[in-house]
Write a protein that binds this ligand. Structure first.
Ligand SMILES: [Cu+2]
Length: 135
């Protein structure tokens, strides 16, 4: 009978150790999600968001939700007139800071920061969810 108790006590001890070890080892592995596309809204004579940070190779789309024509004008590129409900897309390949204005309304300012973090040229692929088995 005493032997059984000793075994039981040992089991409890081992279990406790296992549980505490399991909890202590719990580390958060958050994989940074690198967006490959971003959207900036043009509304009420402002860019929303006015400043974004993207990885090289990211396509940024400006959508004009305003009731008047706007432009995205930088020293590198110019969208030309973006009419209401139209959009303009530009892919940022080179890291750097791109300040832009609306050439019609120079008080409208925005900024796109392209970081060099993923300049290896490889675009991360999002793994597709596993196909559910057919029942
Ligand atoms: Cu404008």
């Amino acid at each position: 009978m005493k032997k059984l108790l000793a075994v039981a006590a040992l089991c409890v001890l081992v279990l406790t150790l296992l549980i505490s070890a399991g909890c202590g080892k719990k580390t958060e592995t958050t994989t940074p999600i690198t967006p490959t596309s971003s959207v900036i809204k043009i509304k009420d004579f402002a860019f929303d968001p006015a400043e974004i940070t993207v990885a090289p190779g990211t396509s940024v789309t400006w959508i004009n939700e305003d009731s008047t024509v706007h432009t995205i004008t930088t020293t590198t590129f110019d969208s030309g007139e973006i009419k209401p409900n139209e959009q303009y897309k530009f892919t940022f390949g080179t890291p750097g800071t791109y300040d832009y204005v609306c050439s019609i309304h120079p008080s409208m300012k925005g900024k796109v920061i392209v970081t060099g973090e993923s300049s290896s040229g490889t675009v991360p692929t999002i793994p597709e969810p596993p196909t559910p088995p057919g029942y």
